[in-house]
Design a protein around this ligand. Structure first.
Ligand SMILES: *Cc1c(COP(=O)(O)O)cnc(C)c1O
Length: 392
């Protein structure tokens, strides 16, 4: 068995190599590298793809979060609620603006923020304690699966909070809102995407995007992206360098045309995993839980884009060691929830505060998923997992 990676970006690259090289070469010929026509065209194509009125290309997904919070004028004395079971950037962006991240536990079936617990938290903080510092919510569509956004919208309306969707892992993910199919980044006031190379739509470096239907926010973000300058060397507000570069935009424009078929490829691999795990008899024994099973339990039927294919596994750490010995790649997203991170000790959280996030951190395991994953390799992933449990 040849070794294979958790994500094979080289296979994707080979399929579009010729066009990518031609287009990047055109940018090199132009010697125009920052913003410009390529970024503008990408913004138009992505806002059409997502179904948002405006798109602003920025330097990374993390910067997209920061510039969005800057546009919303979040700062010291403010609090923003989010999930502790996410990539660091979500909580980090809140803290970097001097605001306080307030965490709310996840719903175990989707790994996303628990909207019932969120309602409880907001009621206690805002209604009972009179806490007026909470300004907004950042729901994170983890692994490519949309948060249940309807209750989030109602809570945001009730308490007059902003909603900033962290869709870094969820480009193209869909949600049924009042019987209308909507894509991630159109379900709140603002949404952000990351084009980190390993994301479903990846650049050849760092890049990100903010999407919104709000004209005022769009204008503010465009200003903030270039140090707050509306006219050359005249500064209206204090921004920063959040610019996207033309080479990233060109690469993303080439890839965007393939995104839907790549997503479909991932969904087919996910469906095939389900069949394989089921015929291996692992599901009924409860040794692992596949995404299909957990979402079915939650009674949810959303359009999952499988940025990651994540199972819950009994004896996860031993399983991962065993898989490593057999050259089966896997990864843990994420091994430690944000409320237990050293840098957030000052927030005063303790172990046990968010049991579902903590439990998930000890159970989740991401398996290889990409359109080019061969059936042979996928079979090997499942048979190795089956062997592990058979030998115990
Ligand atoms: C990747 C990611 C980000 C940050 O994106 P970068 O482009 O790497 O800065 C933010 N939030 C989540 C949930 C992510 O997965």
């Amino acid at each position: 068995m040849m070794k294979f990676p958790l994500l094979d970006l080289k296979a994707q690259y080979r399929s579009i190599e010729k066009e990518l090289k031609e287009r990047v070469s055109e940018v090199l010929d132009s010697q125009m590298f920052i913003l410009g026509a390529e970024v503008k065209d990408l913004e138009e194509e992505l806002s059409a793809y997502v179904g948002a009125k405006h798109a602003i290309g920025v330097s990374s997904g993390s910067d997209a979060l920061i510039i969005s919070l800057m546009a919303l004028q979040v700062g010291p004395g403010d609090s923003v609620v989010t999930t502790p079971f996410t990539f660091f950037a979500t909580g980090g962006a809140i803290a970097r603006l001097g605001a306080k991240p307030v965490f709310c536990d996840i719903e175990p079936n989707t790994f996303n923020i628990d909207t019932a617990k969120l309602a409880e938290l907001l009621e206690i903080e805002i209604e009972k304690k009179g806490n007026s510092q909470i300004k907004g919510i950042i729901p994170v569509h983890l692994y490519g699966q949309c948060v249940d956004m309807k209750p989030i919208q109602s809570l945001a309306e009730k308490y007059d909070l902003f909603v900033l969707e962290d869709a870094a892992q969820a480009v193209g993910s869909e949600y049924l809102m009042d019987s209308e199919v909507k894509r991630a980044c159109t379900l709140g006031d603002l949404g952000i995407l990351s084009f980190y190379p390993a994301k479903n739509l990846g650049a050849c470096g760092d890049a990100g995007m903010v999407l919104t239907n709000d004209q005022n926010l769009m204008e503010r973000i465009r200003l903030l992206r270039v140090h707050g300058s509306s006219n050359k060397y005249m500064y209206d507000i204090i921004g920063g360098n959040f610019r996207m570069d033309a080479i990233q935009a060109t690469v993303l424009r080439v890839k965007l045309k393939h995104l839907d078929s790549w997503i479909m490829g991932r969904q087919q691999k996910a469906a095939r995993y389900e069949t394989l795990f089921s015929s291996a008899g692992l599901l009924e024994k409860g040794l692992i839980q596949t995404p299909e099973a957990v979402y079915r339990n939650a009674g949810l039927k959303y359009f999952h884009t499988y940025h990651q294919y994540v199972i819950r596994a009994d004896s996860r750490d031993d399983l991962q060691l065993y898989m490593r010995e057999k050259d089966v790649p896997s990864a843990i997203f994420y091994p430690m929830p944000l409320h237990l991170q050293k840098c957030f000790v000052y927030l005063g959280y303790r172990e046990g505060d968010f049991p579902e996030s903590e439990k998930s951190a000890s159970e989740v395991l991401a398996l290889p998923i990409y359109p080019e994953l061969s059936e042979e390799n996928q079979d090997y992933v499942v048979s190795t997992i089956k062997d592990f449990y058979a030998e115990r």
